[in-house]
Design a protein around this ligand. Structure first.
Ligand SMILES: Cc1cc2nc3c(=O)[nH]c(=O)nc-3n(C[C@H](O)[C@H](O)[C@H](O)COP(=O)(O)OP(=O)(O)OC[C@H]3O[C@@H](n4cnc5c(N)ncnc54)[C@H](O)[C@@H]3O)c2cc1C
Ligand code: SF4
Ligand code: SF4
Length: 441
């Protein structure tokens, strides 16, 4: 069984930071990422609040540092099937999906993608907005720069294999399970957006009602549309609305908590839209604006000064017109509060954050009863500890966070994991266990 000091689950910004911090200290790390590339949500974003740095420009160097680090082994298309204590270490059973491409032979040239006749719109990098093929390198800055063949879409016509100049396509590859031994484990499995299930907002059926992540893709330099167009008919939108708390602070959909980042990402997107479409009307319908981080309130004020219209109220319903425009019904707050309807040609749902992964049946860590994210057993004093000694949590796997907080939490988890590996935390835990046993005997 291959041996590592640490196994990190999830190659988003938090998992990558934890891997780099442990790897730099000389620990041998195995990073498991279930997608074909590392990078998580951050690599999909346009710019980041509140500095408006280009997301890809600051994520890509971390992705390459991870993939070229001498102490980090990266397995993509890989996720844990079981994590079990094994003495004072852990046995991790990894499920690895077949790539159908020999990584050592693939040069990332893209010939296979050109040759493939199967066009798909999946919820990967472009959030269903842009076409992709059944085989190809996931996106321009993917790490590793290797193609992946999606067997659920492939019709096995063999055109990619004939086009590949290095004979890298390998249809004989099969999914496999590998057992590894680890001294410690960090869970950095991230978040997903709340599903667009609310019938009041169209239940995901209206073409010009999009998600926050889709708007970030549209605004990115690598936009699938090459500019700001609405998906329904390619029209340049004149009037864009953001619906806040569209998937948060709502008991009816099981997400009663605040998702922490949606106010700020909507303000960011509104700011970027006012620059891209100076003549467009941009309205944010909100219940409260929560801008508690460093520079966040100033960012909000700047958006107001740029002409973004903030309307305090709750969006009760969205209706679709025949021309694809949307009628937004709002219950406005305040003394003169009333029910009003406004027409927009594009609506963005500022969806919340829900866990991407549930540990049940895989590893015995507790989850938070309200949020269903991994439970932090000492959220105030030791916010990376889970209920299982030796297993730590990083980033949004432990609850909604922005990028800065996710990075800090990745570093903190790496620090605690190192303490566990060098014996300090582990000895304290086992000494306590021994005391308990001696007392109870
Ligand atoms: C629309 C939108 C815009 C945003 N804009 C900003 C912004 O401008 N500024 C800002 O600070 N924050 C922003 N955020 C928040 C930011 O995206 C998060 O803070 C950050 O991405 C969290 O990183 P993470 O590593 O915790 O999780 P993720 O990015 O979700 O990464 C988790 C990784 O774990 C992998 N994974 C999951 N389960 C498994 C498994 N079982 N096995 C192996 N791998 C697994 C996933 O594939 C993924 O790669 C935005 C969020 C949204 C939704
Ligand atoms: S599989 Fe072959 S054709 Fe496809 S990117 Fe890799 S080397 Fe190029
Ligand atoms: S074999 Fe599959 S992936 Fe390859 S070209 Fe045909 S459909 Fe595309």
């Amino acid at each position: 069984m291959e041996k590592f000091d640490a196994v990190i689950v999830g190659g988003g910004i938090a998992g990558m930071q934890a891997a780099l911090d442990l790897g730099d200290q000389g620990y041998k790390v195995l990073l498991l990422e279930k997608q074909a590339s590392i990078g998580g949500t951050m690599i999909q974003l346009s710019k980041v609040f509140p500095t408006l740095d280009c997301a890809s420009c600051i994520t890509t160097p971390k992705m390459s540092a991870v993939s070229s680090h001498e102490n980090i082994t990266l397995w993509t298309l890989a996720e844990p099937k079981k994590i079990e204590p094994n003495g004072d270490r852990f046995k991790v059973t990894v499920f690895q999906k077949a790539r159908y491409v020999n990584e050592k032979d693939c040069t990332g040239c893209g010939e296979c993608e050109q040759a493939c006749p199967v066009i798909i719109y999946d919820d990967g990098y472009d959030e269903s907005l842009g076409p992709t093929k059944a085989v190809g390198v996931p996106f321009a800055t993917a790490m590793p720069q290797k193609a992946v063949l999606h067997d659920d879409y492939c019709i096995f016509c063999g055109k990619c294999a004939r086009a590949c100049p290095t004979d890298a396509i390998d249809f004989t590859q099969r999914d496999k399970e590998i057992e590894v031994d680890a001294g410690t484990v960090i869970l950095a499995t991230g978040f997903l957006q709340t599903p667009t299930i609310k019938e009041e907002y169209g239940g995901g059926r209206f073409k010009n009602v999009i998600t926050g992540k889709q708007m970030d893709r549209i605004l990115a330099p690598t936009s699938p549309f090459g500019g700001v167009y609405r998906p329904g008919d390619g029209k340049i939108p004149d009037s864009i609305a953001f619906v806040q708390c569209a998937g948060s602070r709502d008991k009816s959909i099981g997400v009663p908590y605040c998702s922490a980042v949606c106010c700020m990402y909507a303000i960011k997107q509104a700011t970027l839209l006012s620059a891209a479409l100076p003549l467009a009307d941009i309205t944010i319908y909100y219940m409260d604006i929560r801008t508690f981080g460093k520079g966040h309130e100033e960012f909000y004020e700047q958006a107001k000064a740029m002409g973004v219209n903030f309307v305090r109220g709750k969006v009760a319903k969205i209706k679709e017109k025949e021309d694809g425009n949307l009628i937004v019904r709002v219950e406005t707050f305040g003394e003169d509060g009333r029910i009003e309807e406004f027409e927009h040609d594009l609506v963005v749902l500022s969806l919340g954050l829900v866990p991407q992964w549930y540990p049940k049946g895989i590893v015995n860590v507790d989850i938070d009863e309200t949020t269903k994210f991994i439970k932090l057993i000492k959220p105030m004093t030791d916010p990376t500890l889970t209920s299982m000694p030796g297993i730590f949590v990083a980033g949004t796997a432990g609850g909604p966070k922005d990028i800065v907080e996710s990075i800090i939490s990745g570093s903190a988890a790496a620090m605690k994991a190192a303490e566990w590996l060098n014996g300090k935390l582990r000895d304290a835990f086992f000494a306590k266990e021994l005391d308990v046993k001696q007392v109870t005997n």
